[in-house]
Design a protein around this ligand. Structure first.
Ligand code: 5GP
Length: 215
């Protein structure tokens, strides 16, 4: 049962090695549980991949445009990843959290750590395939990157592995459907935490007080 309908949404960061399948998992999570979640769309200076559309996967920006967004303080965080800028626009995230939606950010580790520092009650999830060989296979099969970019992303993955300790949950993405179920249940359990339900508890306390006054 829903404890507190007015509870503010949770900011959920989902990271994972390039090729961990996190994009597919997140899309499937949004399709399956549409009313629960809002996905933040990032800005980036990287070139769109074939199937990508501006405003759907990313807001594609030039370096100058991106730097203007930084100067105008329009981003919650941003990071350089394999020679491109990536950043999270502020306004949409705040609005959705206020509306009670859990907002999913699919961002890399530097951004995740910055967000956790600014907003300590952010939930950090890290997705990984079951082993490194599967990771490489997925990157090669995806066929969207040149071999040297794949190598750079694998190198980046081994750096990122060092930072996984800062995350709250590690989730293995073996089959998409199971992984989606797991991600959803971790987020929903997070809503049950006592520390996220202060308002409810205070209300109960007030109501109980009225009994002890004999009203
Ligand atoms: P890709 O080029 O594969 O779409 O993304 C490269 C990396 O950038 C991924 O790890 C992705 O999660 C991360 N990323 C995407 N958007 C953002 C963002 O707004 N901020 C940060 N810090 N990383 C992001």
């Amino acid at each position: 049962m829903e404890i507190n309908r007015k509870q503010r949404g949770i900011l959920v960061v989902i990271s994972g090695f390039s090729g961990s399948g996190k994009g597919t998992v997140i899309q499937s999570l949004l399709n399956r549980y549409e009313s629960f979640y809002a996905l933040s769309i990032s800005a980036t200076t990287r070139e769109p991949r074939n199937f990508e559309e501006d405003g759907r996967e990313y807001f594609f920006k030039t370096k100058e445009e991106f730097e203007k967004m930084i100067a105008k303080d329009e981003l919650i965080e941003y990071a350089l990843y394999v020679e491109n800028y990536y950043g999270t626009p502020k306004e949409y995230v705040q609005n959705q959290l206020d509306a009670g939606k859990d907002v999913i950010l699919e961002i890399e580790i530097q951004g995740a750590l910055k967000i956790k520092e600014m907003f300590p009650d952010t939930l950090l999830l890290f997705l990984t395939p079951k082993d490194a060989e599967t990771l490489k296979e997925r990157l090669v099969k995806r066929g969207t990157e040149q071999p040297e970019v794949i190598d750079a992303r694998l190198l980046r993955a081994s750096e990122e592995a060092l930072g996984v300790g800062a995350y709250d949950y590690l989730i293995i993405n073996d089959t998409i459907e199971e992984c989606v179920t797991e991600v959803h249940s971790v987020i929903q359990n997070e809503h049950r935490k006592v520390s996220r339900n202060e308002e409810f508890i205070n209300r109960m306390k007030e109501e109980l007080k009225s009994f002890s006054k004999g009203e």
